[in-house]
Structures are given as structure tokens and as C-alpha cells.
Design a protein around this ligand. Structure first.
Ligand code: SF4
Length: 294
């Protein structure tokens, strides 16, 4: 869009699938901001934006109102806000953009769990449809090491509670996030979280230490030994072997993934396992460039 009508508080993040969505910042930063692998909002102090400023941003797009079909609410976890703050924003969006089909946001399991079923249903009825949940791992020891502030139980409860209220969920697992010491349990329990929640969308990405491995090790509770490429593939294989999904759109096509997998689980499980096995047999022949994609 030429002459972009609002100014974002940078840095600004969104999931890859929200590339064509209008992004409206209703909070700045992340209320948790402690995960050892995440540098997205470490430069920001968590702030709740004033409703009048959010409304001003929404109104700035009035000239393009008919063209806006998807909105993503940023930054880190807007569901930390009360419904008293969220509902007027959702109502404003649906009143302003007549062709709006979807409103989505990042959501932590804990913040979903903090809301009652009625509150979640109110949000869904007001137009919030899709929640992006960074599971990262289903293994409690790994979750503690990466300071996620969640457990297997809180994650499963949060996702299921959201889904029962009507939300679609898109979840993410990080290959290699626990390093060698946690790899086996991380793979198995991450598959278990997905099995227990059956999300509509799931994806994996590979741990990327944006500020370097030493920095990641400093933030990791315990010993972290990085996985090499073959170990990443073996972790992925174990995860895939343990996944029992009925109808989940699966992607491992983030730039960090050395092996790209796209399909539907469970339909494509055997095909994925074959592709992973091929990559294990011939890692350099079957993967995309380790350095490519960024
Ligand atoms: S909750 Fe999400 S945004 Fe916040 S620190 Fe963790 S990964 Fe980053």
C-alpha cells in the first residue's frame, strides 16, 4: 500500500500466513518476554496501547475499508487484555471493514486458560477466529529449560479450551530447542500435545539463535548442546513417528527448516517419514541450502 497511513512501533512481527493481513498493534511487546529462544520483543517494554490510538489506526484505513479481509492483532499476546478492552476493538474492526473475514492473534495457553469459556466465546462471536499458539515443546523439562512459563498440561488445556470456544488454532513446535539432552522427550511429548489437541494448522521451525549460541545458552536453564543437522532430522523423524493427527494442515517450510514438508496429517504421514528418511540417508542431497532462505 503506497503512503502507508500509520506508523508501527518497531520491531513488528506476524506469522508467515498473515502476510496479506492488515496488522493492528493493540499491545506493544510481550507480557511474558522471557522465553530463552525469543528475541522478538526484548527491546520493548510491554505496554497496552490506548483505545483511542488503536481506533485512530483502524480509521486510518477507511479509504481501503472494502479491500481489508484479514486483520492480525499484534504484538506478542493481546489475549492478556481483558474482554472489556478487547471487545470494543473487535467491534470497531468489524464495523469499519465490511469484507473482514478473519481476525487473528498470537495467544499463549496461559492467557487462554485465564479466560472463562463464556469470555472466549464472546471474543469468538465478536470476530476473533484464529489463535497462533507457540507450543515450542510438549516436554515439561524442555519447557522449563526454555522458560516458556507453560507445561504440557497448561498447553493442552489452553488449546482445547480455545477450540471448544470455536477458535481455530495454528500451533508451532521448535526442532532442536532443547538440544541433545532433551531431544528424545521433546520429540515424543511435542507429538503428544498435538495428538491431544488436534489443531487445524501445525508447523515446525528449527531453533535459530538470533543473538548467537552463547547468548542462547545463557538464557537456557541447564546445559544446552546444539543438534547437528543429522540429529535435527532424527528428532523430526521421532516427532513424526509419534504424531497421530486426523486432519491437520502441516508445514515445515519456515526459512529455518532444512527439510521442507507440506501436507495434511495424518494423510501424508508416511510420505513425510519417507522424505525424512531420505534426508537422513543423504542429508546434503535432500535438504535445501543450510544458508538459503533468509
Ligand atoms: S511468549 Fe511468545 S513472544 Fe513472548 S517471549 Fe515467549 S515466544 Fe516470545
Amino acid at each position: 500500500m503506497l503512503g502507508f497511513p500509520i506508523q508501527y512501533n518497531e520491531p513488528l512481527f506476524r506469522p508467515p500466513s498473515e502476510g496479506r493481513s492488515l496488522i493492528i498493534q493493540i499491545t506493544l511487546g510481550c507480557s511474558w518476554n522471557k522465553c530463552s529462544f525469543c528475541e522478538m520483543y526484548t527491546s520493548k517494554r510491554f505496554t497496552v496501547r490506548k483505545q483511542e490510538d488503536v481506533f485512530q489506526d483502524i480509521e486510518a484505513f477507511l479509504p481501503w475499508a472494502d479491500q481489508i479481509t484479514k486483520v492480525f492483532l499484534a504484538d506478542g499476546d493481546p489475549l492478556v487484555l481483558s474482554n472489556a478492552k478487547l471487545l470494543p476493538i473487535l467491534n470497531k474492526l468489524t464495523a469499519t471493514f465490511p469484507n473482514l473475514r478473519r481476525i487473528s492473534t498470537y495467544a499463549s495457553p496461559s492467557n487462554i486458560n485465564r479466560k472463562s469459556q463464556e469470555e472466549l466465546k464472546e471474543l469468538h462471536a465478536a470476530g476473533l477466529q484464529l489463535l497462533y499458539v507457540g507450543i515450542e515443546s510438549g516436554d515439561n523439562a524442555t519447557l522449563e529449560a526454555i522458560q516458556k512459563g507453560e507445561t504440557f498440561e497448561s498447553t493442552v488445556n489452553g488449546i482445547n479450551k480455545g477450540q471448544e470456544a470455536g477458535f481455530d488454532t495454528s500451533v508451532m513446535i521448535i526442532t532442536g530447542v532443547g538440544g541433545k539432552l532433551h531431544s528424545q522427550q521433546h520429540a515424543i511429548k511435542s507429538a503428544d500435545v498435538l495428538n491431544a489437541t488436534q489443531p487445524k494448522f501445525a508447523s515446525t521451525l528449527v531453533l535459530t539463535a538470533h543473538k548467537g549460541l552463547e547468548h542462547y545458552r545463557d538464557r537456557f536453564k541447564g546445559e544446552f548442546i546444539e543438534l547437528n543437522l543429522l540429529e535435527q532430522l532424527n528428532e523430526m523423524k521421532r516427532f513424526m513417528q509419534n504424531v497421530e493427527l486426523e486432519d491437520t494442515i502441516f508445514r515445515s517450510d519456515h526459512a529455518s527448516n532444512r527439510l521442507v514438508l507440506k501436507g495434511v496429517l495424518g494423510r501424508d504421514k508416511e510420505m513425510f517419514l519417507k522424505q525424512i528418511n531420505q534426508a537422513i540417508q543423504d542429508p546434503l542431497g535432500n535438504i535445501r541450502s543450510v544458508y538459503g532462505g533468509y
